[in-house]
Design a protein. Structure first.
Length: 251
């Protein structure tokens, strides 16, 4: 049986390769992007099975299937959350959650050998629709619990004006002009809040759209932001984020 792996994270690809080969199968090729995969599949016989990561460095792997008429079976690999996985289960789509568990991998390969399911039985458009729909249904954090001494204060996300980091600590600034220390990094906070309402303007600040009071042009093609109450620090949209910020304002 010929098997290839399409995975943009090379350590994850190597780990999967080792585990597949440990079960007695051979990996004939490892590809790492949509562009590389399309090029290879257009010039080589298609394998029997493809382990295909959903999110690649240059786009979703569904774009590969849009461009190449595959004759291979597909097992998707994903690191996405429970909402996506639940949807995949309901639609009987084969997937493996990363990092790939050896027993689940063994079961998936055994199932494939028994069924010999061809790619033609998969409606890729439906899978793509399923994936994008479940992503938009992601639930964002509605409130934060803040420890203040021996007490716990609840701050509703609707009441947050911005998040900022200072001296390696992260803070919430509320519409009542109060700052509270939180136990999350800005990277984690960015994942937890609705991207339609919040935007990370630079490495240390995330702002809420309805708290913007004024936007002015700043040096080096950057923008300066004034919020309704926050004035502890300058708020500058970094140059590489200006285009995305303007697009965010309009959507």
């Amino acid at each position: 049986m010929k098997i290839i792996i399409i995975e943009d994270e090379k350590p994850a690809a190597r780990l999967l390769k080792r585990r597949v080969e440990k079960l007695g199968y051979e990996i004939t090729e490892m590809l790492h992007s949509v562009e590389e995969s399309v090029s290879w599949l257009e010039s080589n016989p298609h394998p029997d099975l493809i382990f295909m990561d959903i999110q690649l460095s240059d786009g979703l792997s569904f774009e590969i299937v849009d461009q190449v008429e595959l004759s291979s079976a597909i097992i998707f690999t994903t690191a996405y959350d429970e909402y996506v996985l639940k949807a995949f289960k309901l639609n009987s789509i084969d997937y493996l959650l990363k990092p790939v568990d050896e027993e689940e991998l063994k079961f998936a390969l055994s199932k494939f050998e028994k069924q010999q399911q061809s790619a033609s039985t998969l409606d890729i458009l439906e899978i793509k629709k399923l994936f994008t729909t479940t992503q938009t249904e992601k639930k964002y954090k509605e409130r934060f619990s803040i420890k203040i001494g021996t007490s716990i204060k609840i701050v509703e996300t609707e009441n947050v004006e911005c998040f900022f980091s200072e001296n390696k600590a992260s803070f919430i600034h509320t519409k009542e002009n109060k700052n509270y220390l939180v136990d999350f990094s800005l990277d984690k906070l960015e994942e937890q809040v609705d991207p339609k309402k919040f935007f990370r303007i630079n490495r240390s600040q995330i702002i809420r759209i309805d708290s913007i009071k004024e936007i002015t042009v700043y040096s080096n093609s950057r923008l300066k932001i004034r919020l309704s109450t926050f004035d502890d620090l300058e708020m500058i949209v970094s140059r590489e984020k200006v285009a995305d910020f303007k697009n965010w304002l309009e959507h």
